[in-house]
Ligand binder design. Structure first.
Ligand code: NAD
Length: 363
């Protein structure tokens, strides 16, 4: 198969779809890789490494798309790239269609076959291609949240860390899956008191057996339990996810009124439309805004802040799927591998994934 890897164009996005090692592995299996010049340079993967791995280097993104049967990239294409898409091309990337319905409709109209990393499943029922980025985003959520609690960065001016003779500070995590669990670990390690809210009692029970009950509370999420937790919190991290759907709005605008000014809210779920009603997407260049005295951090590509770690983590999970698609062909893979078929979001101008369809038809 001819596989194209364009340079990522989203704000501050230096991740790249394939590492030189992944390229070599695919070339050794008989596939042809068309790689856009400098696509890996931002993380020190230079063109000569890709040439040595067997890739053909091309200057323009347009030519990469034109020459390829399947595009492997990281983030969803932005509207500037839609003109490169066509109905005999497969796109394997994060798509997050429910997070941006207006652009999703234009993307669907290109006819491209879109297989979304975030809805590919595993036998255990997990999301194996979302998990590594959620692992990173969950850790970063605590880091950027702590940073923006500093007074010069618009927060209430407190330190989330060890202080003798002082009560621990409060961190609320809503949605305790892969990302939320990582935020919990960071918060525990920084001596915070953690309130964990999730809609799944079994998830809360599992977490209790893992983290115990010292300085941590497990709460079934309801509007009331969320309100009372966020009222007491210095940092609120929202990381809920319902496969393929727009994120449920677990914190409504009027709930902000009784929170303390300078509290920081990090909306990890912003790539699925955001789980706080007041969230709107931000970028690494301009990551926060303040609404009703509450600092909002809503960067849609948080792992883009650690692109080297993120690229390696992503390739370690995507490569077997890319190999299978390239080896068997897209159609045959979709027919025989139900987990990759679960990743199929759009094809021939139609929305295929039921949750994505429900989310977009609601608009
Ligand atoms: N912003 C970024 O850069 C970035 C990066 C990676 C992942 N993400 C996003 O982070 C989100 C979380 O991903 P994940 O892999 O941790 O998902 P996950 O499926 O592992 O966990 C989601 C959790 O949310 C819970 N949940 C669902 N609805 C809820 C509700 N109404 N109230 C409370 N809890 C609820 C589920 O029970 C589950 O425990 C996803 O939207 C993902 O796309 C964002």
């Amino acid at each position: 198969m001819i596989i194209g890897v364009p340079k990522e164009v989203k704000n501050n996005e230096c991740r790249v779809g394939l590492t030189p090692n992944s390229v070599k592995c695919l070339v050794d299996s008989g596939h042809k890789i068309i790689f856009q010049k400098n696509a890996g340079a931002g993380i020190g993967y230079f063109d000569d490494q890709y040439l040595n791995a067997g890739a053909k280097l091309i200057q323009s993104a347009e030519e990469v798309y034109q020459s390829s049967e399947m595009i492997v990239k990281v983030k969803e294409p932005i509207p500037d790239e839609y003109g490169f898409l066509r109905d005999d091309l497969t796109l394997f990337a994060y798509l997050h269609l429910a997070g941006d319905p207006a652009n999703a409709k234009k993307l669907i109209d290109t006819g491209v076959t879109g297989i979304a990393y975030e809805t590919v499943t595993s036998d255990e029922g997990s999301m194996p291609l979302l998990a590594p980025m959620s692992t990173i985003a969950g850790q970063l959520a605590f880091i950027v949240g702590s940073y923006h609690l500093l007074k010069p960065y618009k927060g209430k001016g407190i330190l989330l860390g060890e202080m003798e003779n002082m009560n621990p500070r409060n961190v609320t995590v809503i949605g305790a899956g892969v990302a939320g669990t990582q935020s919990i670990i960071k918060a525990i390690n920084n001596r915070a008191f953690v309130k964990v809210l999730d809609s799944s009692q079994s998830k809360l029970d599992d977490l209790m057996s893992r983290f115990g009950t010292n300085n941590i509370q497990y709460i079934l999420s309801t509007e009331d339990s969320i309100q009372s937790s966020i009222n007491e919190s210095d940092l609120v991290i929202g990381s809920v996810y319902v496969v393929g759907k727009e994120a449920p709005k677990v914190v409504k605008k009027d709930m902000l009124m009784s929170m303390k000014p300078g509290t920081v809210m990090v909306d990890v779920s912003i790539d699925q439309g955001g789980c706080f009603e007041t969230s709107k997407p931000t970028t690494h260049d301009d990551p926060i805004f303040v609404e009703d005295d509450i600092v909002h951090y809503c960067v849609t590509n948080m792992p883009g802040a650690v692109p080297l770690t993120a690229t390696e983590a992503l390739n370690s999970v995507t490569l077997p799927y890319i190999k299978e698609l390239a080896q068997k062909g897209v159609q045959s893979t979709l027919e025989t591998n139900k987990h990759i078929r679960n990743g199929l979001n759009i094809k021939g101008g139609e929305i295929i994934h039921p949750s994505v369809k429900e989310a977009l038809e609601k608009e």
